[in-house]
Each structure stands twice: as structure tokens, then as C-alpha cells.
Design a binder for this molecule. Structure first.
Ligand SMILES: Nc1ncnc2c1ncn2[C@@H]1O[C@H](COP(=O)(O)OP(=O)(O)OP(=O)(O)O)[C@@H](O)[C@H]1O
Length: 263
């Protein structure tokens, strides 16, 4: 079938088949310690993938490699098939790859609306009209729209410093969503949250648009197994198990290596 005859909304099969993220034989050495030992990982567009593993397994290092915060000693990182191994982290949001950090990076003295406006402005600098009042209005509209996505519409006027722990995570998620990411890397989004806040965050992550690819490092099994379609378990710089949540939950290797118990 010619390209012209194919439905306009249907992507070409080759475009659909290319993983949005490919980590190829990645090695990260810190002196004599190899935090990643030739790791391979493909992430499909729209996939929800959780990365689990005990402390020191190499999860953050893998995230840092994908986000460009660390350059692998060997191997490559491809974003939508393009070799980005040497592309600095600050350029990766332009390719749609945005990460959060374990510590929220919002400004406490600014309101939710202002924090989101800054995030929107920072991520899409080239898109804004030069006419200031129009730009301000568009920025504000975009910030309000993001607040709705992360369930903070009622808190637009609240300063970040006054938000609960869970709401701060929502704000941080909103700041990451502000740039219309294709791939969101979430570093322990549920850490430090109460049970109710974790449940709310799990629901919120599940509500994000299906086309956003989600990669999360998460120690909380309930969050990871609920949000993820596929779970990858790391230990000692390698992937030791992978599969859907049920497969991973019943994998004896996971019980032994991750949970520290046999059977
Ligand atoms: N900048 C660094 N310099 C030296 N060693 C490092 C550095 N970053 C990580 N490491 C080491 O690399 C290994 C993997 O660390 P990493 O933080 O990736 O693991 P992790 O699975 O994210 O652990 P955690 O769950 O505790 O955050 C660990 O042994 C760690 O001490």
C-alpha cells in the first residue's frame, strides 16, 4: 500500500516498531565498580515500565544514562532510533524525554500556578509569541491545563511550600508534564508518601494519557505493580528478571535476589 493510501492517523509500521528508548550494552564504571554491566533495554512507545531492585542494583544509574545525566562508559542510548549517547541531558526534553528527581524541584515561595507557568515557559521557549500579554495569557492557559491533568486545579493559588507531600509530588509531575513529554522518567515518585497519598498518586499515574511512555523506579511494590504493564528487576548492574507484574511477582529469582528469600 502506498503511503498516500494509508489512513493519515495510522503511523507507518516501521515508525511504530522503533522502541522509543533503547539502551544497548550499557556499561557504567565508577572506577573499579561497574554499576551497569552491559545492560540492554528496549522501551516501546506508550509502555508503562517499572524498574525494581535492591539498593545499589543500578536503577538510578540506568535512569541517569537514559536522561543523559551520566554518559555510559560503553554502549549506547537511542531515543526514537537516534543515537543520543553523547547528547547532554539539557537537550533531551526537546526529544520528549523528561525526568523527575527524588527531591521535588519546585519553588516553595511560588504558587502552583507560577511554578507550572515557569515549567511551561522553560520547556517550550521557542513556541511563545513575542507580544507579552498574549504570551502571558497562553502560558497561564497552559499552566491551568496542566494543573487539571495532575488534579491541582483547586490549588492553583496555593504556594508550593503549603502543599502536602502528596500534592508536591503532583506538582512535580505537572512540571514534568508541562513540556508534553513523550517519555517520563519518574524517580521514586511514591517515596515518603502516606498510604492514601500513594493510592492517589497510583490512580493519577494511571490516568495519564496513554501515549505518554512511563518509566518509573519505585520501591513501593503496590505502586509499581499497579502502574506498570512490564516490570524489570535489576540486581548488581544487570537485569535479572522481566515480565508482566504477575510473572515477576511469582519469579523465584526475584524472590531470592530482590526480596532476599527463597521460593
Ligand atoms: N557517582 C557515583 N560514584 C561512585 N559510585 C557510584 C556513583 N553512583 C552510584 N554509584 C554506585 O553504583 C552502584 C549502583 O548505584 P545506583 O544508585 O544506580 O543503585 P540504585 O539501584 O539506584 O540504588 P538505590 O535504590 O539505593 O537508589 C552502587 O554500588 C553505588 O554505590
Amino acid at each position: 500500500m502506498s503511503t498516500e493510501l494509508r489512513g493519515s492517523e495510522e503511523p507507518a509500521p516501521t515508525a511504530r516498531a522503533v522502541p522509543v528508548i533503547q539502551v544497548v550494552s550499557a556499561v557504567v564504571a565508577f572506577g573499579g565498580l561497574r554499576a551497569l554491566k552491559g545492560l540492554d533495554l528496549d522501551v516501546a512507545r506508550g509502555e508503562r515500565l517499572a524498574i525494581l531492585g535492591p539498593n545499589g542494583a543500578g536503577k538510578s544509574t540506568l535512569f541517569n544514562v537514559i536522561a543523559g545525566d551520566i554518559r555510559p562508559t560503553e554502549g549506547a542510548v537511542l531515543i526514537e532510533g537516534r543515537d543520543c549517547t553523547f547528547l547532554p541531558s539539557r537537550y533531551r526534553p526537546r526529544l520528549g524525554v523528561v525526568r523527575t528527581y527524588q527531591k521535588a524541584r519546585c519553588l516553595d515561595g511560588l504558587t502552583v500556578r507560577e511554578n507550572l507557568c515557569l515549567a511551561v515557559a522553560g520547556r517550550r521557549r521557542h513556541q511563545w509569541p513575542l507580544w507579552r500579554s498574549r504570551r502571558d495569557r497562553q502560558l497561564d492557559d497552559a499552566a491551568v491545563a496542566v494543573a487539571e491533568v495532575v488534579w491541582l486545579t483547586d490549588d492553583l493559588g496555593t504556594t508550593a511550600g503549603e502543599l502536602s507531600h502528596g500534592q508536591r509530588r503532583q506538582l512535580e509531575l505537572g512540571m514534568a508534564m508541562a513540556g508534553d513529554p513523550e517519555v517520563l522518567l519518574l524517580d521514586e515518585p511514591a517515596s515518603g508518601l502516606s498510604r492514601g497519598e500513594r493510592e492517589q498518586l497510583t490512580e493519577l499515574l494511571g490516568s495519564l494519557a496513554g501515549e505518554v511512555t512511563l518509566l518509573l523506579i519505585e520501591h513501593d511494590m503496590d505502586v509499581a505493580f499497579t502502574v506498570a504493564q512490564r516490570v524489570v528487576v535489576m540486581a548488581d548492574g544487570e537485569i535479572v528478571a522481566a515480565g508482566d507484574p504477575d510473572q515477576v511477582r511469582s519469579d523465584p529469582v526475584v524472590h531470592e535476589i530482590y526480596l532476599g528469600v527463597e521460593g
